[in-house]
Design a protein around this ligand. Structure first.
Ligand code: MN
Length: 371
């Protein structure tokens, strides 16, 4: 798995970086299967989540470049992470991204969740073939943030999907047809948050071996500050010069690779549009909701929905008040601990008026603290 050989068409590497105390990333090189996972949860739980994910993937992955089947393996990895947390391995709330690729000749099947990326250096040009499931990527898709701004946004590492929380996790899958000589890159955000695409393209395009390429990419991430764990897997797509294995894919498929690539790209775009729509729908729904909740003994109004999902919070504080929950009846006060949801912000403020009236009444009539 950690072979450092320059004559192999694939290589991987991982570095803790210069800031973090532990490495929560994991990667898998088990040709024709490759994966990168970026664990979250802290205190070594993230490390457990990412290793369980890649181990389960290795055990359950198909042996063909079938994106749907690979997606099912990722869902099994999700179940394994959830079960592990329930069994007391790691801890609840731990999670991980995963980006997995299965290569068959020039065909690449990809399944992914989170913000670890797959890129293809196709005919010398870098193409990002996965769409990040992250808050800033959503904002870029909605047009409220530019790509450049997203690189420096304080919430750039907040992801909207991860293995480990939702049993019905949605996994993105896609298949692309590469050309012989192309290069596949899988990496954690510790690379892409530190190194610009342009430099990644240059390094992949230079005639280094996969191992040299991995080492150089990690080196650039560290030079740029190494703020996060950085993990890189590079795989050369077969050149078709090996007569033994290239026989039946030969020139026929090479001629067709152009149009099949275009078709692959169309799929990627179509998938992106669908996913973008779903995320937008979630945000629009959350934005239309509201709730009241107790914070530091007073009532606070929020837009959105209470709690969090995979570390993502879909709520925005609207206003704080001086209404103390001690001045409200005990049932209302206890409901406010978990949050009282309303249909919209207007209803939330109407309810707040009722609470205010009740609090004023109780304060002027019986100024005794609640039991
Ligand atoms: Mn990371």
């Amino acid at each position: 798995m950690n072979a450092r050989r320059d004559d192999l068409p694939y290589a991987g590497g991982s570095d803790v970086g210069l800031v973090r105390s532990g490495n929560e990333d994991a990667y898998l090189i088990s040709p024709p299967l490759y994966a990168v996972a970026d664990g979250l949860g802290g205190h070594s739980a993230g490390e457990i989540a990412s290793s369980i994910a890649v181990e389960t993937l290795q055990d359950t992955a198909p042996r063909r470049a079938d994106a749907k089947a690979l997606g099912r393996a990722v869902r099994q990895a999700n179940t394994a992470v959830i079960t592990a947390a329930e069994d007391g391995r790691g801890r609840s709330g731990m999670g991980t991204t995963i980006t997995a690729a299965m290569i068959e000749g020039t065909r690449i099947a990809v399944a992914h969740v989170g913000d670890s990326r797959a890129y293809l250096l196709h005919l010398g040009e870098l193409q990002q073939i996965t769409d990040d499931h992250s808050m800033v990527a959503d904002m870029v898709r909605r047009g409220t943030l530019t790509l450049e701004e997203s690189r420096h946004h304080p919430n750039r590492s907040v992801i909207t999907r991860a293995l480990g929380s939702d049993p019905n996790l949605l996994v993105d899958t896609l298949e692309v047809d590469a050309a012989p000589g192309d290069r596949l890159l899988l990496c954690s955000d510790g690379l892409t948050s530190m190194v610009e695409d342009q430099l990644i393209e240059q390094v992949l395009g230079a005639s280094h071996t996969p191992q040299q390429t991995v080492d150089r990419l990690i080196g650039y991430a560290l030079d740029a500050g190494g703020q996060d764990n950085v993990t890189v897997v590079v795989v050369d797509i077969e050149r078709g010069t090996d007569a033994g294995t290239a026989q039946d894919t030969g020139s026929r498929s090479q001629q067709r690779s152009g149009s099949r690539w275009a078709l692959g790209l169309l799929w990627v775009l179509l998938a992106a549009a669908l996913i973008g729509g779903a995320i937008w729908g979630t945000y629009a729904y959350a934005r239309s909701q509201a709730y009241l909740i107790e914070e530091n003994d007073v009532v606070v109004v929020y837009e959105g929905v209470p709690g969090d999902f995979a570390g993502i919070e879909l709520h925005w504080r609207s206003t704080s008040t001086t209404i103390t929950t001690a001045a409200l009846d005990p049932i209302t006060a206890s409901r406010l601990k978990a949050g009282v949801r309303t249909e919209d912000l207007e209803s939330a403020y109407a309810l707040l008026d009722q609470y205010r009236a009740q609090a004023n009444e109780s304060l002027s009539a019986t100024p005794t603290p609640a039991p």
